[in-house]
Design a protein around this ligand. Structure first.
Ligand SMILES: NC(=O)C1=CN([C@@H]2O[C@H](COP(=O)(O)OP(=O)(O)OC[C@H]3O[C@@H](n4cnc5c(N)ncnc54)[C@H](O)[C@@H]3O)[C@@H](O)[C@H]2O)C=CC1
Ligand SMILES: N[C@@H](CC=O)C(=O)O
Ligand code: NA
Length: 439
């Protein structure tokens, strides 16, 4: 029999956190109630909203009578708990409490999942309830469920892309408007893209959490935040942005998770987040503002690209509501979402095993023989040169300073770092300005 909201008792939904995302989740539950009920086969009854302070001014769509500071009691009376408060505690304890009480859970909390996902999975599995988290990676873009469910029959080789809206917005605005990093981060906060502490965005922790989640799902292997080699965007200057454009690239913070073979032949995975010089005609170069884009390369499927809004209240609420409908359908029709799949248990390889082309930018003395010395140092380390470009400008004291931009052929990060140390020690090299992978 087709389930109907007229015959099925309503499902009690608790929302924890009423900030940027929580407010939009509540809005959809209120304004789209009839549609959602028809899709689920039961009404989704919002039974309470857990907040820190019930007295602060809120969007009028939020019914103040539903606000409570007693989140523990709230989750005890829910069939489905939606956690959009963020942070590790009390989110973790509340989700475990919800699961122990038999509630299905939906969360947007990538920080918690990357730190303690296996505990949540185990608890949900033991209780026989759902744990869904589409909003935790790349906001509105369906990427968690495609990798976790639809690609479960394929072998994913690599996942690569832009998974943090704030840093993409910041780098994009620095490039197009020449603004400084701090100024643009403040705007990203105002627009609801940034984390409560935007350090998580600009230092790459948020992207690293998402990379860990995607890698765990793609490779059926546990990958935690500490397994991700992470570099944020705070080390990038306006000069780096300008040089990127001058050499035909766009600077992007990329997350890369891939199967790889280590120095000793071990098959494993490599997971990293780092600023990358993306060649201007690559599709990722045209991902603007807070948009995200993720490529998935799988053995049978080939290359798939996922693109859309990676941050912001309304887009993220779409992913949360999609999960909520799925969990609710399971309550009505029976069935359950996937459990953790970590059977492959592949080792996480050291970052030095990562292979890429690199751009090395040096300031060198403007005299004959310098290029030969630098090229010799690279060759000694087995790093071959694809292209070299030299420009000369006068420094503050009127002395000529040459900038050497070297693009290498594909090499391991280990070899490139070793080479850079040798090059840095050369008399003719004033300083190594920047070393960045090239895509
Ligand atoms: N803003 C975005 O674009 C996206 C956010 N997310 C995730 O969604 C979650 C929520 O993010 P936002 O809504 O942007 O954050 P937010 O800071 O705007 O909202 C969080 C709300 O939870 C409340 N809260 C915190 N601790 C609480 C507690 N102990 N009890 C009751 N309420 C508490 C805060 O007072 C705040 O109102 C985070 O995990 C974030 O990483 C995921 C995807 C996109
Ligand atoms: N702060 C995050 C929000 C979405 O996950 C971002 O900027 O991407
Ligand atoms: Na998503």
């Amino acid at each position: 029999m087709v389930p109907s909201p007229d015959t099925h008792p309503p499902l009690r939904v608790a929302v924890l956190g009423c900030g940027v995302v929580g407010t939009e989740v509540v809005r959809r539950l209120v304004t789209d109630g009839d549609e959602l009920a028809a899709r689920v086969g039961a009404r989704l009854e919002l039974v309470g909203i857990g907040v820190r302070d019930a007295d602060v001014e809120r969007d009028p769509v939020v019914d103040r009578a539903l606000l409570t500071t007693d989140a523990t009691s709230l989750v005890e009376k829910a069939d489905v708990v939606v956690e959009v408060m963020g942070g590790i505690e009390p989110a973790r304890t509340l989700l475990l409490h919800a699961v122990a009480h038999g509630a299905g859970v939906v969360t947007a909390n990538k920080a918690l999942l990357a730190q303690d996902g296996p505990t949540l999975y185990a608890a949900a599995d033991a209780a026989g309830v759902d744990l869904y988290y589409e909003a935790a990676v790349a906001g509105a873009i369906p990427i968690v469920r495609p990798v976790r469910e639809q690609l479960a029959g394929d072998t994913v080789q690599r996942v690569l892309g832009i998974v943090n809206g704030t840093t993409n917005y910041v780098l994009d605005t620095m490039t197009t408007q020449g603004l400084g990093l701090d100024e643009v981060v403040a705007e990203a906060q105002r627009l609801g893209y940034a984390e409560a502490d935007p350090t998580a965005d600009v230092e790459g922790y948020d992207a690293a959490a998402k990379a860990a989640i995607l890698a765990s799902l793609a490779f059926h292997t546990r990958v935690g935040l500490d397994d991700v080699d992470r570099t944020g965007i705070t080390g990038l200057s306006a000069d780096d942005v300008a040089w990127a454009a001058r050499t035909g690239h766009v600077l992007k913070l990329l997350a890369v998770a891939e199967r790889a073979t280590g120095q000793d032949g071990t098959a494993g995975v490599l997971v990293r987040v780092q600023p990358v010089l993306v060649t201007a005609d690559h599709p990722l170069a045209s991902v603007r503002g807070a948009f995200n884009a993720v490529f998935v390369e799988a053995e049978a499927a080939g290359e798939l690209m996922f693109y859309g809004r990676g941050a912001g209240g309304a887009p993220t609420s779409s992913a949360v509501l999609g999960d909520l409908v799925q969990v609710a359908r399971h309550r009505v029709l029976g069935g359950k979402g996937p459990v953790e799949s970590s059977y492959a248990a592949l080792p996480v390889l050291p970052a030095g095993d990562a292979r890429s082309r690199y751009q090395v930018r040096l300031e060198v003395a403007d005299r004959p023989g310098v290029l030969a010395a630098v090229a010799g140092a690279l060759a000694d380390q087995g790093v071959s040169v694809e292209a070299v470009r030299q420009t000369t400008a006068l420094d503050a004291d009127g002395r000529p300073v040459a900038t050497l931009v070297i693009t290498t052929h594909t090499a391991t990060e280990r070899a490139v770092r070793a080479t850079v140390d040798v090059v840095d020690a050369l008399d003719a090299v004033h300083r190594v300005v920047q070393v960045l992978p090239v895509l």
